[in-house]
Design a protein around this ligand. Structure first.
Ligand SMILES: [Zn+2]
Length: 347
């Protein structure tokens, strides 16, 4: 009869990990940044693998539309509108009571990044917001902490570990945040659960290689998949890709400490109204016609020369102005407003 001490037996039996690798995994602290489609799956795999301490970070609550792919949540969590970080950690404790779990319910920005991630050995990027990856990349290079990028929309996705020590970094691949209109989100383009599970699984294996001391096994290529069109590719990054990168070559951390820093103050409840305004200084001259087209399949859309407005449900409206500002009505909660903005406008 097996006992609790046999919990990791099959993983230890795998020669590249062994008892030594398992001990390293057990001593590691990992932050899962975002507890949605990627975060729930990656956190479960890492908890089962015995990562000693997991921090699970998310600002949102569980909704019914999450259940199609977010593996740690059930109908009761959606009915109760439970915090994702709390609900996930409770489920993870039931899976593995021998590890330390810390739920953190917050909106990550340049001001709180250090206190949230300090002391972590590795970060899993499971964010639903593009800008946060530039912030995470800066923090990773400044603190020399590795992170595993993962992204998934529709049935496509990509994964790569960035070691935080050198080049290339994420900004070598994507030098500037793309305009939000250029980036689909799961709420506008949809997403397939089987694809998010694969991407999260690929992130988890890179993390386990790194944490168990098998750094030479880490994939230096960018893995890219399109599961609907049957393509799985491994893209070699050109050696000269990072020559002029401001982040990893010049050590300029614009999104963490520069004038483009991702601040919490960029969103404010509008006085006397059930509304929140979100400033997005990185956006200029937004193509409103594009959003009319994108939103037509999502809900009712109102279009004017100055703004375009989406009514995604009976309670809320999302108004996007040409200068990039977004006003969300139907809430005075900044967190909820940011979530709606990221979902429908993009980050
Ligand atoms: Zn770089």
């Amino acid at each position: 009869m097996d006992s609790a001490s046999d919990r990791y037996a099959r993983q230890v039996q795998y020669a590249p990990i062994g008892a030594e690798g398992q001990a390293k995994i057990g001593n590691a602290t990992v932050a899962v940044l975002g507890c949605g489609a990627l975060g729930t799956v990656a956190a479960e795999l890492l908890a089962r693998a015995g990562v000693g301490h997991l921090r699970v970070i998310d600002r949102d609550v569980v909704e019914w539309s999450n259940l199609q792919r977010q593996s740690l949540f059930g109908e009761q969590d959606a009915s109760a509108g439970r915090s994702k970080a709390d609900a996930a950690c409770q489920q993870l404790t039931a899976i593995n009571s021998g590890i330390e779990l810390t739920p953190i319910v917050t909106d990550v920005n340049s001001g709180n990044m250090e206190s949230i991630l300090n002391g972590c050995d590795l970060i899993i990027d499971a964010a639903d917001n593009f800008l946060i990856r530039f912030l995470l990349n800066d923090w990773s290079l400044r603190s020399q902490t590795p992170w595993v990028h993962g992204g998934c929309i529709g049935a496509t996705g990509q994964v790569r570990l960035f070691d935080g020590e050198g080049s290339p970094c994420f900004r070598c691949l994507v030098p500037e945040p793309p305009p939000a209109a250029a980036v689909d989100t799961c709420d506008t383009a949809g997403v397939v659960g089987a694809a998010t599970h694969l991407i999260a699984s690929l992130q988890a294996i890179e993390a386990i290689k790194w944490l168990s001391g098998n750094r030479s096994a880490v994939d230096r290529n960018l893995k890219s998949v399109d599961l609907w069109n049957n393509r799985i590719r491994s893209l070699t990054l050109a050696p000269g890709i990072s020559q002029t990168c401001p982040a990893c070559k010049e050590k300029r951390f614009d999104f963490l400490e520069g004038d483009r820093a991702v601040h919490s103050e960029s969103a404010a409840a509008l006085c006397g109204r059930d509304a929140v305004q979100i400033s997005r200084p990185h956006e200029h001259n937004v193509d409103l016609a594009f959003y009319v087209q994108r939103w037509n399949t999502v809900g009712r859309v109102q279009s004017t020369p100055f703004f375009v407005r989406l009514f995604p449900d009976a309670e809320h409206s999302v108004t996007l102005f040409r200068d990039g500002r977004v006003v969300i009505t139907g809430t005075s909660e900044i967190t909820e407003a940011r979530t709606l903005c990221d979902r429908f406008v993009g980050g």
